[in-house]
Write a protein that binds this ligand. Structure first.
Ligand code: ATP
Length: 413
């Protein structure tokens, strides 16, 4: 991508703004007199050229990027390729390095090692303002003393974008987001969802080819979150921008992403399309992180002609294999039958469309997601079967073992 990638709309003066703590923004502006609210750009810098309108998103590449501090290693030599115009989700548990990764792309954090490219251009040492990225934060980072319209165009004003252009972009963003009736209100007079839309508006008017979002929906209730999820995805598709989106919510990731980068302790556990992670998790961690409820994982032991769930008499789930192995079956792959894995009901949870039944089998607990309302008293004996080959993982490394075609035969109905 050419050097016209200049949309300094990274409005995040602080590392962590507490949830709903909008007041944190001006206080930081006070703390840092050179901060002008647009991508930490010093006030005395000349205005940047107006970026061209969205055409297509730009590619984003992280190459062997590490970030460590004296006491912590947030990222350990990770490489990520994000295709132009795609929706990529950085997913993982708290502390795995998602935010650090996003901030390194934004230029708000510096990589200790490695390189960052946006649109094929090395931006590793460039300031946020020169990277062509817009960013939306969990806290929204709206200025409480400015109204909605002023908040949306704040970054453009500071960049001296001509009035007619500002007005065109504002009108377009406001139409897209359906917030035309709110333009005169201050953030304090808006609901959480409305504030989130204003933050999105600010990202839209930036017309940057790359948009970075850090847990943008985590302050919203479940229903609004689902609505906003659809809105963000539709916006990304419509604008054709590249999206890099951080969340710890795997359902959000599965529903939105073209590509999921699953992080754990600063390294990449798996980088693949949602359906690939679901169907072929590369590790037992990936297997347990994706899916609702997550995959059943259980230790295997050799008995008779093959491997059975430890502490059970069978059936055989895999041919004999060396080493400590962990087996995996998705709860939705299990069904009740007259034969199969002998288990006892621990408890059943009715969810409407289906019932999740927790069963004890040997030393393990298996969750079975059975359609409809299933009434099974605690302690009732059941047998479970699956039509799918089971997943196999090395117990020590957690790595996936090669698929085995024969395993399912013995637990078929
Ligand atoms: P969460 O979902 O809780 O926001 P995360 O996956 O975004 O977590 P990061 O915020 O990227 O994780 O942090 C990764 C690790 O780096 C954590 O162990 C964190 O404590 C550490 N870390 C982050 N920033 C700093 C810092 N400025 N100094 C020292 N350690 C840091």
């Amino acid at each position: 991508m050419s050097s016209d990638l200049q949309s300094p709309d990274v409005i995040q003066p602080t590392r962590r703004v507490a949830v709903g703590a909008l007041a944190a923004v001006p206080s930081l502006v006070t703390l840092n007199p050179s901060y002008d609210g647009i991508g930490c750009m010093p006030r005395d810098q000349p205005p940047l050229p107006t970026p061209r309108p969205h055409a297509a998103g730009a590619s984003v590449r992280l190459i062997d990027v590490s970030r460590h501090w004296a006491t912590a290693k947030a990222l350990d030599c990770i490489s990520i390729n994000v295709a132009p115009g795609s929706f990529t989700v950085l997913l993982g548990p708290s502390g795995c390095g998602k935010t650090t990764c996003l901030r390194i792309v934004a230029g708000l954090e510096t990589a200790t090692e490695g390189r960052v490219e946006i649109g094929g251009r090395d931006v590793t040492r460039l300031p946020p303002a020169a990277r062509g990225v817009a960013m939306v934060f969990q806290s929204y980072a709206l200025f409480p003393h400015l109204n909605v319209a002023e908040n949306i165009i704040f970054g453009l004003k500071a960049r001296h974008v001509p009035a007619a252009e500002k007005s065109r972009r504002l009108t377009r963003a406001v139409e897209m987001l359906g917030i035309g009736h709110l333009l005169d209100r201050k953030p304090g007079q808006l609901s959480g969802g409305q504030q989130q839309r204003v933050a999105l508006g600010r990202a839209i008017v930036a017309e940057a080819p790359v948009c970075l979002m850090d847990e943008p929906l985590s302050n919203l209730d479940a229903q609004l979150r689902a609505d906003m999820r659809r809105e963000i995805l539709a916006l990304q598709r419509r604008l054709g921008i590249t999206m890099l989106y951080v969340t710890h919510d795997q359902t959000e990731a599965m529903g939105m992403a073209d590509q999921i980068v699953l992080l754990r302790d600063g390294h990449i556990e798996q980088d693949a399309a949602p359906e690939a992670i679901y169907a072929q998790p590369a590790t037992s961690f990936a297997a347990s992180f994706i899916g609702t409820p997550p995959m059943n994982l259980f230790p295997l032991e050799q008995r008779g002609s093959g491997m059975v769930i430890r502490g059970t008499d069978g059936p055989v789930l895999a041919p004999p294999m060396d080493g400590d192995l962990v087996g995996g079956i998705r709860p939705e792959s299990l069904r009740a039958s007259s034969h199969g894995i002998a288990a006892r009901v621990r408890h059943a949870e009715y969810l409407g469309a289906d019932t999740v039944v927790a069963c004890a089998a040997g030393a393990s607990t298996l969750l079975a997601r059975l359609p409809g309302r299933v009434i099974l008293p605690d302690g009732a004996p059941v047998h479970l079967v699956t039509d799918e080959p089971i997943h196999l993982f090395d117990a020590a490394s957690g790595c996936r073992m090669p698929n085995i075609a024969t395993a399912k035969e013995s637990v078929r109905a």
